[in-house]
Ligand binder design. Structure first.
Ligand SMILES: C/C=C(\C)C(=O)SCCNC(=O)CCNC(=O)[C@H](O)C(C)(C)COP(=O)(O)OP(=O)(O)OC[C@H]1O[C@@H](n2cnc3c(N)ncnc32)[C@H](O)[C@@H]1OP(=O)(O)O
Length: 713
């Protein structure tokens, strides 16, 4: 766990706890023993702490016990013999706190520093909130501690975190340096004994505002700020007591558990398992050497960029030269933006673009490993494209379709290789968003799934395998939330009432601000297509589609020219087309009142609790139905999809974790209550799995056993 190597008067304590050298119990004990041994050995004059591979990525999130990291930090700092940290890779959280408790720090140029504690709902409570401001000054501390941001060695040097940055072997350099300072006095090297620079300045208000915006709803960043600030006005020992008292607040808040769950859920989600038993452990994917993307619209260019960024050569294909040129110009514009923002250099930009080819028509696609079709959502068009691709591409080429809801099996039926057809649901903008839903059809092979997962990881996404149904996992759940938001308006809320509840819950924007952004006409078109497919003619009085309640409020607004931000008015008034600031509007309220009066809908005052429950419970209920049907293979997959694709507030873990935290019996009872009141909305019919889990009080980790046992009945 920790190798102790004594050489030429220097004791090297090298943490060896793969994969990330987390400070699990055995590691902490071994460091403590190593320090004591070195302290007692008269031949040892100085000590170096390092990690094999990387330095230390912080506490072991699954194991926080004694000796505490605080005790270790104190032991290091109070050592009579100089202690030097030799840092490669990551010095994060408790690892960072250990580093700043050492008397000197030597870092490799590629090393990274940060306090990710806030992102798992806690604070750097091993003295970090007190030592760090003493090392770098209050302004930098109030920036870095609550943001959780990583910084590189060069910036760490500028801030005074590290004493020297090296290109070669940091451990060798540190050992050499440790030898050279043996016996030197250490008083001014003990971080806790330094004054805090900049404590008289008033950064706090600005830092609090920033934390409230960037880490909305999270307790830990605000506690970090207040504790670091208070500590800057107090002697170190008193600051440590404040830190310990406030740590209790965050350790006992539900947010810590939720954030830690989210961390592991995101790492578990790409690990796939199919109903047939094939899994990431048993099936290998085929690497993608080159690819083609069909369609140079927003999605096609975004997907192309995601692949180019990962070094995959891409041919971007359109049927029309004009559309192709437009897409390529957009793509080049985005890369030029990255160059001017200094995210990439001009050379890197040129190297990326050298892997881009273009083609009009599909004829050239005779030697590609993968084609991703990304035209607009039209089943007939997609089937026609797949049939043609199937004729032209080699039989082993994967044919994947980018869609947010369409039936993968139907698209696959247009080909002679349904085993190689899969849905890739990218999120906008596709070059940026981390989530990728990989949708398996009923004939998609395990090899295709494995390849899509491997591909997703390669292009920097968190890929999650989901089953084929309308909207897959994310949008299927989202639709229920969107429906209820509309019904709430019909029943008496204003758009701003509903948005406020959703935003207070932690979403960045409420459902109506989101719809104004994406365009009301898009939803109306979807509804009209649904009606057409059901053979129903929509008229202003229509309130039900196939027996299901629907709302045509968006249509009433669109008919009056309210398409959202782009027309300057939607559910809010934005002053001008393309305006960004939503203002409440009497005229919009009149449209709503008139719409309700025409349909004989009586408006009433809807309580806050009802708004919250009606927005989120149907979505959660749908999540349990998705587990029950095997569309998702574990709750972590659903939560990851919502955290990464829909900005679900991370400190509640995701919809499934949130339901578990609230209590499944409570959730189930409230869903039954609304089911009694809303018989025309199938999304209120309670999931059978939810009912079973609520009754059996099954822990979350065992939910899938109950789901599988039920599906076998
Ligand atoms: C009290 C609390 C104190 C004192 C703290 O220190 S809190 C801070 C704890 N540390 C962190 O939050 C760091 C979390 N880790 C990371 O950010 C990243 O893992 C990394 C930047 C260090 C490396 O990233 P990467 O190379 O992409 O690797 P993965 O993220 O995929 O991780 C590899 C496997 O290691 C497991 N892991 C990572 N960190 C921890 C940890 N702190 N405790 C326990 N396990 C950890 C991670 O789950 C991966 O496991 P598998 O999925 O492969 O099983």
């Amino acid at each position: 766990m920790v190798d102790y190597i004594a050489r030429d008067g220097v004791a090297l304590l090298q943490v060896n706890n793969p994969p990330v050298n987390a400070l699990s119990h055995h590691v902490r004990v071994a460091i403590e023993e190593g320090l004591k041994k070195a302290g007692q050995d008269p031949r040892i004059k100085s000590i170096v702490i390092s990690g094999k591979g990387s330095f230390i990525a912080g506490a072991d999130i699954k194991d926080v016990s004694k000796p505490t990291i605080l005790e270790l930090c104190d032991l290091i700092e109070s050592s009579g013999k100089p202690v030097v940290a030799a840092i490669k890779g990551f010095a994060l959280g408790g690892g960072h706190e250990i580093a700043i408790s050492c008397h000197y720090r030597i870092a490799h140029e590629k090393s990274k520093f940060g306090f990710p504690e806030v992102d798992i709902g806690i604070l750097p409570a091993a003295g970090g909130t007190q030592r760090f401001p003493r090392l770098v000054g209050l302004e930098a501390a109030l920036d870095l501690i609550p943001s959780g941001r990583h910084i590189g060695a060069a910036q760490a040097f500028k801030l005074g975190i590290v004493d020297k940055v090296v290109r070669g072997d940091a451990v060798e350099e540190a050992v050499k340096f440790a030898k050279s300072i043996a016996g030197e006095p250490l008083v001014d090297r003990r971080t806790s004994q330094r004054p805090v620079m900049g404590a008289e300045n008033a950064f706090l208000a600005a830092a609090v505002k920033l934390a409230m915006k960037k880490k909305k709803g999270m307790i830990a960043p605000i506690v970090c700020l207040s504790v670091s600030f208070m500590g800057s006005l107090l002697p170190f020992e008193q600051g440590i007591q404040v830190e310990a008292a406030e740590a209790v607040v965050v350790f006992t808040s539900g947010q810590m558990g939720a954030l830690q769950y989210a961390f592991f859920a995101q790492r578990a989600a790409p690990k796939w398992l199919l109903p047939c038993g094939a899994s990431f452990k048993t099936v290998k994917g085929r690497p993608i050497r080159n690819a083609a993307v069909i369609g140079a619209g927003t999605m096609g260019t975004g997907i192309t960029m995601a692949m180019l960024n990962a070094g995959i050569p891409v041919t971007l294909v359109e049927q029309d030269r004009k559309f192709l040129d437009k897409g390529v110009s957009l793509l080049k514009l985005l890369y030029a933006g990255s160059v001017s923002l200094r995210k990439i250099t001009q050379d890197q930009c040129d190297a990326i673009l050298s892997k881009l080819n273009t083609a009009v028509g599909y004829k050239s696609l005779t030697n590609v490993d993968l084609v991703i079709e990304a035209v607009y959502e039209n089943m007939a068009l997609k089937k026609q494209i797949f049939a043609e691709l199937d004729r032209i591409c080699p039989p082993e080429t994967f044919l994947w379709t980018n869609t947010s809801a369409l039936d993968i099996d139907e698209i696959a039926s247009a080909t002679r290789r349904p085993d190689k057809v899969l849905g890739t649901h990218f999120f906008v903008p596709a070059y940026h968003m981390k989530l990728l839903e990989n949708v398996r059809g009923k004939l998609t092979s395990a090899e295709t799934v494995a390849s899509a997962q491997m591909f997703g990881t390669r292009i920097g996404k968190i890929p999650v395998v989901v089953g084929n149904c309308h909207g897959f996992v994310g949008n299927r759940m989202l639709h229920k939330y969107v429906y209820e938001a509309d019904f709430l308006i019909e029943e008496g809320c204003w758009p701003e009432d509903v948005d406020m509840v959703a935003e207070n819950f932690g979403l960045p924007l409420g459902p109506f601000k989101v719809r104004d952004l994406s365009g009301l006409d898009i939803r109306v078109r979807g509804l009209l297509e649904q009606a057409k497919a059901a053979g129903i003619e929509i008229n202003p009085a229509t309130r039900f589609l196939n027996g299901e309640r629907i709302s045509l409020l968006s249509k009433s607004l669109v008919d009056k020219g309210h398409c959202g931000r782009k027309t300057g008015r939607g559910f809010y008034n934005y002053g001008k087309p393309g305006g960004k600031i939503p203002l409440n509007d009497r005229f919009i309220k009149d449209v709503i009142v008139e719409y309700c009066a025409e349909r004989g809908i009586e408006r009433r005052k809807v309580a806050y609790q009802e708004i919250e429950e009606r927005l989120f419970l149907p979505l959660i209920n749908e999540g349990f139905k998705i587990l029950e049907e095997g569309i998702a293979s574990k709750p972590e997959d659903i939560d990851t999809i919502w955290l990464l694709g829909y900005a679900w507030p991370r400190h509640t873990g995701g919809p499934m974790y949130y339901a578990n935290m609230v209590g499944l019996d409570k959730i189930y009872n409230r869903i039954c209550h609304y089911n009694e009141l809303h018989k025309h909305s199938a999304h209120w019919q309670p999931s059978l799995l939810l009912k079973k889990l609520a009754a059996s009080k099954t822990p979350m980790k065992d939910w899938m056993e109950v789901a599988q046992a039920s599906s076998k009945l």
